[in-house]
Ligand binder design. Structure first.
Ligand code: UD1
Length: 337
């Protein structure tokens, strides 16, 4: 049995490939390498002892996507990560995001339907909730208008997948990630943002190595304990493990409906200053940061109600903030050398 992992050389994808292989699954990766490196499979091999197959092409090409399924008839399920993910870029280039993220997913679903590959795990985001009225946020919380075209592509894809499961034999699990950070303990895979990072943790670690002059903390006048925004940061390895659990749930036909949704977070909220202090503690590096104006589009606070995922998936995030920050720092130091 083979599992297709789209975007498998990317940040969350690569960690998931490791966990899949360690659970005995054979993995085929499709990636266009637009935001990742073709070396990643070799780093995965160093961790697991098995080189995953990598097919380099763009899922927006329907012919190539069809050929993939014909060439790998043993694919039983798909974990779909491949997408552009920069919020800021999506605001400036919405068509790039709608074209890439939606077309690639529609092509994939078409081929799955044609070839009767009927199981999909989809990479969604807590961004679909916007600023929830009630915290912690459950899977039943109302979805809000997306703040960015990127966020909207996640919302649209949830609908596309839901509708497809209703009209076909395809079953899906939508995983809504909170804020994935950290890296594999081997420091052989991690997050490698191209250019200037948008996200907090890579910005912190790059500031600590001197690659960035200082971190801007976007606002300290929010209605939170220390005034900085609160998020539910989750270790990427915990997140990766949840994908294996979700996949097995589909393969063992344990799902309760054709399209299930789970929050993937720790259930604990930390502020930007909490994250900085944890980093300083585990790295021993004093971080250069300045409080600046709020970033537009940022929400004040969000953290997950994880009880449904804990109960139904039998999965729970295990790693704490210090461990997340230490692994991110080990990875950054390795990148620098
Ligand atoms: C962002 C996206 C979200 C996406 C996620 C992917 C927005 C509004 N949301 O989440 O849709 O799914 O990334 O990882 O962009 N911060 C600073 N200084 C920085 C960078 C960030 O203070 O240089 C703060 C932000 O204000 C925020 C927190 O750190 O409070 C986390 O920011 P970030 O890592 O960008 O994630 P989100 O904005 O939560």
């Amino acid at each position: 049995m083979q599992i297709l992992v789209t975007g498998g050389t990317g940040y969350i994808g690569s960690h998931t490939v490791v966990e899949l292989q360690q659970e005995g699954f054979e993995v085929v990766i499709v990636d266009n390498l637009s935001n990742s490196s073709g070396d990643v499979p070799y780093n995965i091999e160093q961790i697991t002892g098995t080189l995953p197959v990598l097919e380099v092409f763009d899922l927006c090409d329907l012919g190539k996507t069809e050929a993939l399924f014909s060439n790998y008839p043993d694919i039983e399920a798909v974990i779909h990560f491949a997408a552009f993910k920069s919020v800021g870029e999506s605001v400036n280039e919405p068509l790039k995001y709608y074209h890439n993220n939606i077309l690639s997913s529609v092509n994939l679903l078409k081929c799955m339907k044609d070839k009767e590959v009927n199981k999909m795990v989809f990479s969604s985001s807590c961004t679909v909730y916007g600023q929830p009225e009630q915290l912690p946020v459950t899977e039943q919380a109302p979805l809000r208008k997306a703040e960015s075209p990127y966020g909207n592509t996640k919302k649209i894809m949830e609908d596309v997948i839901f509708d497809t499961t209703r009209a076909s034999a395809i079953q899906a699990i939508l995983l809504r990630y909170f804020n994935p950070i950290g890296a594999h303990e081997s420091a052989l895979i991690g997050e490698s943002p191209t250019g200037i990072p948008d996200n907090l943790v890579p910005y912190i670690t790059q500031t600590a190595t001197g690659k960035r002059e200082f971190l801007r903390v976007f606002g300290n006048d929010y209605n939170t304990p220390d005034g900085t925004p609160v998020r539910d940061y989750i270790h990427v390895v915990d997140l990766a493990k949840a994908h294996v659990v979700a996949l097995k749930r589909l393969l063992e036909s344990k799902t309760l409906s054709k399209c299930e949704v789970f929050n993937l977070g720790t259930g604990t909220g930390y502020s930007v200053l909490d994250v900085i202090h944890s980093f300083e503690k585990v790295s021993g590096v004093k971080l250069n940061y300045r409080i600046v104006d709020r970033r537009s589009g940022d929400i004040e606070k969000v953290w997950a109600d994880t009880s449904y995922a804990n109960r139904e998936l039998g999965w729970k995030a295990e790693k704490g903030l210090d461990e997340m920050m230490l692994s991110a720092w080990e990875w950054e130091k390795k990148l620098k050398n």
